[in-house]
Ligand binder design. Structure first.
Ligand code: TYM
Length: 338
């Protein structure tokens, strides 16, 4: 037998435990991660350091961080095949984040859409962490030299800035960092609110904002879909037209992402039928897709010792990898070794 010589490509991504995971986080991110464990060497984490750029209730943040780990596993991220860890447990993230701050320009950081949006929403707390958020995110990525960074549409700009910073650093010190490719899914990269289909479905908004949570019970999910905003069309109303029918396009995207059906197949399935049939059908498909995840996550939350074992082992492995890159960076920039 021939020995395995091919090095697997590496994939890395994270989610902030700043709110309960939504259908958007699942369809835009986690669903695509879990499909790749065979092919890639995968690192996924809870971005708790990023979460505190907006004020958090400490007890809720701790609870959500653990729940998020349970949900990652329940979504199919097997801890035996994926390195699952908590960002703050791997000190190298904050350390490289600081170094990269010195290579990220004020103008670049000011132009980030997320910074502008979050500053508008948190006018009384536009803190330095919110501003330098992309440098820490660049550190999260560059420490592990990944080939791909799977993210939803809204995080693409941050991955691009990570490239800019890495290229600048490499330009001065030689090829230290690998430039990863953002991997944005074709369907589901931007799931919109069910009640305001021109705004992203967000975990930091309240329950009335048209979001669906991964852990919502079936009745709640059905209620949210039945009250989803569509339009006043009655004939052939289930058509994909993002410009003129954003609510319907969003529901079709969700239905397509959970069932694997194409937009043409969905249009054919609901030809001649109204929203009274379409909306509950999407709700039911989502309920069935999320049911096993919700049940497994609830089951895992009962075994805290198991979850602790997973995140400790994950941090240990991640830290070993991260340390190699951090040492190299410290040396390159001229920090004296200990
Ligand atoms: P976060 O926590 O806002 O979102 C996590 C992931 O879910 C995707 N996402 C969505 N996709 C489709 N539709 C939606 N409505 C939706 N809402 C969220 C996001 O695009 C993201 O992929 N800064 C990151 C976390 C992070 C990170 C990293 C990611 C920190 N360090 C390093 C990748 C690599 C964030 O706030 O994601």
């Amino acid at each position: 037998m021939q020995a395995e010589t091919v090095q697997k490509k590496r994939m890395l991504s994270g989610i902030k435990p700043s709110g309960e995971l939504t259908l958007g986080s699942y369809l835009g991110a986690i669903k695509h991660w879990s499909a790749r464990a065979e092919e890639f060497d995968c690192y996924y984490f809870m971005a708790d350091l990023h979460a505190i750029t907006v004020r958090q209730n400490p007890a809720d943040l701790r609870r959500r961080t653990l729940e998020q780990l349970a949900q990652y596993i329940a979504c199919g991220l097997d801890p035996q095949r994926n390195t699952l860890f908590i960002q703050s447990h791997v000190h190298q993230h904050a350390e490289l984040g600081w170094v990269l701050n010195c290579y990220a320009m004020f103008g670049e950081l000011s132009r980030m859409t997320q910074f502008k949006d979050k500053s508008a929403k948190n006018a009384d707390n536009i803190n330095g962490g919110l501003f330098t958020y992309p440098s820490l995110m660049a550190a999260d990525i560059l420490l592990y030299l990944p080939d791909f960074v799977p993210v939803g549409e809204d995080q693409k700009q941050h991955v691009e800035l990570c490239h800019t910073i890495a290229r600048r650093f490499n330009g001065i010190y030689g090829e230290v960092f690998k430039l990863p490719k953002p991997y944005v899914p074709k369907v589901g990269a931007r799931i919109m609110s069910l009640t305001n289909p021109v705004a992203k479905m967000s975990k930091s908004e309240d329950a009335d904002s048209g979001r669906v949570l991964l852990m919502d019970p079936p009745e709640q999910i059905m209620r949210q879909f039945k009250r989803a905003i569509t339009d006043s069309d009655t004939e052939n109303c289930v058509r994909y037209d993002k410009e003129n029918k954003p609510g319907v396009a969003n529901l079709m995207t969700i239905y397509s992402a959970v069932t694997g059906k194409s937009f043409e197949q969905i249009e054919a399935e609901f030809a001649g039928k109204g929203y009274g049939v379409f909306k509950p059908a999407v709700g039911e498909a989502v309920v069935e897709a999320l049911r096993p995840i919700r049940e497994e996550a609830a089951h895992l939350m009962k075994d805290k010792a198991y979850l602790e074992g997973v995140y400790r082992a994950g941090a240990e492995k991640a830290s070993r990898e991260a340390e190699k890159t951090l040492r190299k960076v410290y040396k390159k920039v001229g920090l004296l070794a200990k």
